[in-house]
Design a protein around this ligand. Structure first.
Ligand SMILES: [Zn+2]
Length: 112
């Protein structure tokens, strides 16, 4: 991979990690606020539970993506970075710029 592209992707990973960490903190705060409150009426409680469920789902996905991004950052200088773990072809740089945590090319990702 070209050094310029690698640097762009590295920057992208760092930016994504920063915004994800912010998002995770925000979601944690919100999840704490909407924790079921027994003094509310049932309708409000079920709505709050639904919100909390959705928020927890987003929170878990964000935490999982953060782990993948941190792994990508630790691998970005390795010669194997950007190589598909399935077919060992190069993952297109354009794909890595959008999803730097990708470990598969589009074809292998779809065939999964
Ligand atoms: Zn592949």
């Amino acid at each position: 991979m070209e050094e310029t592209n690698k640097n762009i992707i590295k920057e992208q990973i760092i930016t994504d990690i920063k915004s994800l960490k912010k998002q995770i903190e925000m979601l944690k705060d919100k999840a704490a606020l909407t924790a079921p409150d027994c003094s509310r009426c049932d309708l409000e409680r079920s709505e709050a539970l639904l919100d909390a469920e959705i928020m927890n789902k987003i929170l878990n996905e964000s935490i999982a993506r953060l782990a993948r991004l941190e792994y990508a950052l630790s691998q970005v200088d390795s010669p194997d970075f950007g190589i598909c773990i399935e077919c060992e072809n190069d993952i297109p740089v354009e794909r890595l710029k959008i999803r730097p945590e990708s470990v598969r090319c589009v074809a292998c990702e779809n065939a999964k």
